[in-house]
Ligand binder design. Structure first.
Ligand code: SF4
Length: 440
């Protein structure tokens, strides 16, 4: 969406929050937006400690607008970062010292590996993918050639958790099919129905890093400069040509007999409320961040509620390691902070992109309009407000999309590519949604 405004090399300095050697500087990009610079913080498996959350909140107050976005890749981004160079360097330095930067310079973008919010915490999962995700992120950071990949080039590793975002297309996706085997695919999602494109091949868990390495280097070998994503390459090369190249670089044979595998459904509602965390006495407590936007005070309050936080691809948060005896009190405090703790609440079913306050491309103030719509949402159904056709806030399909066409005006889409209604005000859209809910 945005070109880099600047890159800032984190400067080593003593920090009480340091969780990795401060002798390791890193580059984090700050990209321009209408409301100032945007500093993306990539979180391995979406997780940050309470101490790291406090650092993010503090630097957002010191060098940004005090607002932080929860993204649909389970990351955070600090909004409104000043253009002042020293302040930017101080911000990046604090993040790097807190363990929120890359391991090596110039590799921040190579941490684009998403996993489920309950990775390693769901006793129903087939395996804990956290160590594998950690290995893949480390491998991609260390390999300088892989730094040529687009910042948007993204991987997904699925351990078979009951809560998983399965509808975000990824350049490479891997899903566990047993405790020691994965299937994988390119430029898409794990198949869930008979109509979905099947997995391409299966591989034992041990050689997955070797497979991913071969896939990424094959992509770089074949891609022309304008082909930045796997789907672009597939417009030129067939799956068989790409897999043939990959196979040449592997020390084992790919098992292609996976055509009938389908991923069991996940339940997105499990991101709300209290869930058992593994097999111990702790629980995790989840809630939706309204419209994906936190202020620093709220993030600080969340850090006081639990020692670890996991961000999710639904722009929500799960608080980890909460003693089960405290669970209801934590739910109540999340609600008091304005987060949606119940999947039927309007703000649990509404998403909106940055809108005209944060993005020059937007035709409307989507977040303000979404707040108006929240007051009259029908009791069921998800709605996505998008400032333009890029649809940044929703990588997955949403039941209803309101596409801005002018300030306060939207075209309304359902499943079909044709609009169901045009140039609606928010109030008209609310009435349209209420009628369609009654007709359903
Ligand atoms: S979808 Fe929203 S945030 Fe993305 S480019 Fe369009 S207006 Fe900007």
């Amino acid at each position: 969406m945005n070109e880099p405004l600047t890159t800032v090399r984190g400067l080593a300095h003593a920090s009480t929050q340091a969780s990795r050697p401060s002798a390791c500087p890193g580059l984090m990009r700050i990209v321009p937006a209408r409301d100032g610079g945007l500093c993306r913080i990539r979180l391995a498996w979406g997780e940050l400690s309470a101490a790291q959350a406090r650092v993010v909140a503090q630097v957002s107050l010191e060098s940004g607008s005090g607002f932080i976005d929860a993204t649909n890749r389970a990351n955070l981004q600090i909004r409104g970062v000043t253009e002042e160079r020293d302040a930017q360097e101080a911000l990046v330095s604090r993040l790097v010292d807190a363990g929120l930067g890359p391991d090596t310079p110039d590799s921040d973008d190579q941490r684009n590996v998403m996993s489920g919010p309950l990775a390693g915490l769901d006793s129903h999962a087939l395996l804990d993918v956290v160590p594998l995700v950690s290995t893949l992120i480390g491998q991609m950071q260390r390999d300088a050639r892989l730094h040529l990949l687009s910042p948007k080039f993204a991987l997904m590793v699925d351990g078979g958790e009951r809560l998983a975002m399965l509808d975000h297309p990824h350049d490479v996706w891997l899903s566990a099919i047993s405790a020691d085997r994965f299937v994988f695919g390119l430029a898409g999602c794990p198949p869930q129905s008979e109509n979905d494109a099947p997995a391409l091949a299966a591989v034992k868990a041990g050689p997955v890093p070797e497979l991913v390495n071969a896939l990424l280097h094959t992509f770089l070998d074949l891609a022309q400069p304008w082909q930045t994503r796997m789907r672009d390459l597939l417009a030129t090369y067939s799956i068989e040509e790409i897999l043939g190249r990959v196979q040449e670089n592997l020390g084992f044979a790919l098992d292609r007999d996976v055509e009938h595998w389908r991923r069991p459904a996940s339940d997105a509602r499990l991101r709300f409320g209290v869930r058992r965390q593994g097999t111990g006495d702790s629980v995790c407590v989840g809630a939706q961040v309204p419209l994906g936007r936190l202020d620093a005070a709220t993030l600080l309050a969340l850090a006081d509620l639990a020692p670890r936080l996991r961000m999710t691809p639904w722009q929500s948060v799960m608080l980890l390691d909460v003693p089960s005896a405290d669970a209801q009190a934590v739910v109540d405090q999340l609600a008091a902070l304005g987060l949606a703790t119940n999947p039927d609440e309007p703000f649990a079913r509404l998403i909106a992109c940055a809108g005209s306050q944060g993005c020059a491309k937007s035709f409307a103030d989507t977040k303000a309009d979404a707040r108006v719509l929240a007051r009259s949402m029908p009791p069921k159904g998800d709605v996505h407000l998008s400032g333009c056709a890029r649809s940044c806030a929703a990588a997955h399909r949403v039941a209803t999309t309101l596409m801005a066409v002018a300030p306060g005006r939207y075209d309304l889409y359902g499943n079909a590519p044709e609009a169901l209604a045009r140039h609606l005000t928010i109030e008209q859209a609310a009435r349209w949604l209420a009628r369609s809910h009654l007709d359903a």
